[in-house]
Design a protein around this ligand. Structure first.
Ligand code: ADP
Length: 246
């Protein structure tokens, strides 16, 4: 695996392969993500979304192929796991201060809390925060050091629709500010309405890739949910057929 600087605006995989034993997660997959856009990765459970995000974030290496990342000084990638955990006994603000001390540069915890809509919760202990607030604090922590790439694993899973809506507002805002934002998500209605690009990961490849409206046009489906379901059925058929053509 090679990590190269590129034109400074791209997070790209080329011919990327990764397997855990005989479980293939990526099979010669290529994709080029640009800054200033919100990309959502979708796929069946176990299709490799979390693993893909981890390797985009530089948390694990590829078996073969290359990953290139945007050029940046300082912290490059923010990563929010599905279930962020914070040290008990600290307030939201103290938590941010703790992480801010670990990176170079000035971080204003209050402005980060305001950016995610937690200004009023600055002095609340992390143990008193709701599940949605914990995710928002996780996003604020991820933004410490102002990294140009933000990778979020299922940032709205298990949350009420109103809270999920707010989190997607924040996520869209991060891309609007020129960052490269990638999330895994099962919330296909939100992705259809909000993402600039959707990638459907199945059997180690990006079998659908495009703006939601492009995917609807090419597949003739009425919704992303229908487009992905039809593609998943076709993929399952291709794999099940003897020889499979794959
Ligand atoms: P998703 O996020 O789409 O549910 P994951 O990336 O978590 O998928 O997992 C993809 C596949 O890789 C699954 O079959 C999973 O069981 C397997 N897997 C993930 N991490 C490991 C690991 N550390 N060791 C072995 N297998 C793994």
């Amino acid at each position: 695996m090679t990590d190269n600087a590129n034109d400074g605006r791209s997070l790209a995989l080329r011919d990327a392969s990764l397997a855990f034993g005989d479980v293939t997660v990526l099979d010669g997959a290529s994709v080029d993500l640009r800054t200033g856009a919100f990309t959502a990765v979708v796929g069946p459970n176990g299709s490799g979304k979390t693993t893909l995000l981890e390797l985009l974030a530089g948390l694990r290496p590829l078996d073969a192929g290359t990953v290139t990342r945007p050029a940046a000084s300082g912290r490059l990638v923010a990563y929010l796991p599905q279930t962020p955990g914070f040290r008990s006994g600290f307030s939201a603000c103290e938590t941010l201060e703790f992480y801010a001390d670990l990176v170079d540069g000035d971080t204003d915890p209050d402005s980060l809390l305001a950016e995610v809509g937690l200004a009023d919760a600055a002095q609340r202990g992390v143990d008193e925060l709701s599940g949605g607030m914990i995710r928002l604090l996780g996003i604020a922590v991820a933004l410490v050091g102002d990294p140009p790439v933000v990778v979020l694993d299922e940032p709205t899973s298990g949350l009420d629709p109103d809270v999920a809506d707010h989190i997607f507002d924040v996520v869209e805002g991060l891309a609007g500010d020129g960052r490269l934002v990638v999330t895994a998500s099962h919330d296909l209605a939100a992705i259809e309405a909000r993402a600039d690009r959707a990638l459907f990961l199945s059997n180690g490849e990006f079998v659908l890739d495009g703006a939601p409206e492009q995917i609807l046009e090419t597949t003739g489906a009425e919704s992303l949910r229908a487009a992905f379901a039809a593609t998943a059925r076709a993929e399952a058929g291709a794999v099940a057929r003897p020889g499979g053509g794959r």
